[in-house]
Unconditional design. Sequence first.
Lengths: 289, 338
Amino acid sequence: MDFFAQIIINGILLGAIYALISIGLNLIFGVIKIVNFAHGEFLMIGMYLTFLLFSQSGIDPYLSIPIVFVLLFVLGILIHKIILQPLLGKAEFNILLTTAGLGIVFQNLALMFFKSDYRVIQTSYSAAKIELFGTLVSVSRLGAFIVAILAAVILYFVLMKTRIGMDIRAVSQDPEAAVLMGINDKKIFTITFGLGVGLVGIAAAIITPIYYIFPTVGESFSTISFIVVVLGGLGSFHGALIGGFIIGIVEAIGGIISSAEWARVFSLLIFLFILFVRPSGIMGKNARV
Amino acid sequence: MKKIMEYKTWIGLAILFALIYWLPLPIYILHVIILTLLYAFMGTAWNLLCGYGGQLSLGYAAFTGMGAYTTLLLYRSFDLSPWLGMLLGGILSTLLMAVIAYPCFRFGIRGPYFTLASIAVAEILRDVLTTLRELTGGSLGLSLPYHPTNFWIFQFDGKKEYYLIILLFWLIAIFIVKNLKRLKYYLIAIREDEDAAAALGISVNKTLLCAALISAFLTSIGGAFYVQYFRYIDPDSIAGIGLSVSIALISVVGGTSTLFGPSIGALILVPISEYLRLSFGAKFAGLHLLIYGVLLIVTIRFLPDGIISLFSRKRLRRKNDETKKQSETKVERGNANE
């Protein structure tokens, strides 16, 4: 029984991380309708930033959350303004491939500056574990869980209660009507892209104590966040959370039963199944898109 | 007049290819030419479904992987000639494509959803290849036992034979895509307006499926050539997302839904990437791909119809005007409906 509880708790903790990584991707798709293939690479950049802040200035990953968030927010805004905005409204193809091209650029920038070495940061709590519901839980994973939930809650309130959040939701629901109501859609797109990338920055900061950092670290997270997002429903806020937890638990169970690779194959099969049966995802509104 | 121009182009190409064969070119140059033709071949195959049909797939590495591993494993285990293995791999790839494409087209999975599904299939295949360590050697890869200069087992000492074979493959692909006129028109009609195409009596699913199967088969042949030529494969390089993205980017940069677009993309990008790798690869790891990525983004930004649009500016402008007119009428129609 304890063993089972351990797996479920591990899955939930992992799921929160996946959810936080995916929310940014989902926000960008929901509002701008861009599938951002450089998503994992933004995560990788965030992880290296956290690593640099820690190794150069000794800033704890948790303290660097706001710094990484702001830096990636600005990076996202710049990328959107300079590269993606001019392509909006033209061939969908080209935007997709441009983000894939951006991914190549970021990966190789990292490779140039940091080489392909695996980096790791050692904090005082890296190996610490505490007892929770009769199971042992790693402190850094628990911390990541708490931050992910907090970030999701804050984002939810920003989207629901603030002016900018309402503008974002309006543009997401009906861009033309939103423009007619006096909302500057270009500004909203830019801010949303920045916000989406910034959220990945938060995720990057909290997973840096847990995972190795290397130039292609984003790839596997990219795939997972696509799975999570489609599972929950592209463009659905709650969907990303639910999808994150489902995939987290599936991977935790699969990792115990067989190997991590089979667990991934299994998640991908679930992903394809959901895509065929219910392409709008579990929480999506439209049955067909 | 157009016919004469066409013949001139073909004769020019024939002379060029013959020169490449007869001239004593340095081995490295010949290697780059073979690579260019390989990517041109795979890009042409990709273009059929993804360019003409407008269904962006970023999972074609599934078929190169399928073709390469089928050919190699059958040769290693049963001494089966790679020529036959290649055909079997092609058939398996076609089946794989049918399994994924049929439900996609049947359930109307389009746009980014189709792209994601294609990536998922390629990732599944890569994971399976990595996991079946006893059979495939896992991520360490698998090499082809060396028995040079034998046509039946598709191994040669020099590069000229490989050059002739891939040239032939490329010509066959071009010939197929050139002569599937009806299919191409149907595909373009579906890409531009699926409902209108269906209303005109085009069977949307059947057309897309047909294009998908042909293009998967050809891509798989490309994968089989890859393993015979390089004599070594591993799941990441032959079935990874990197190869899928390269095939797509080469085609888009060259110009999709044109006969020679992907080949022009390969002709420009492959030598550039090889040159950059040679000059910077050793000293600054990553720099060559970085420059490559920037080039791609810039090309897509400023030549959204691909490099080929530079050669056919006039025709393209006329086409754009027409589509603009069409979309205007569509808007009017839309307003009338409201």
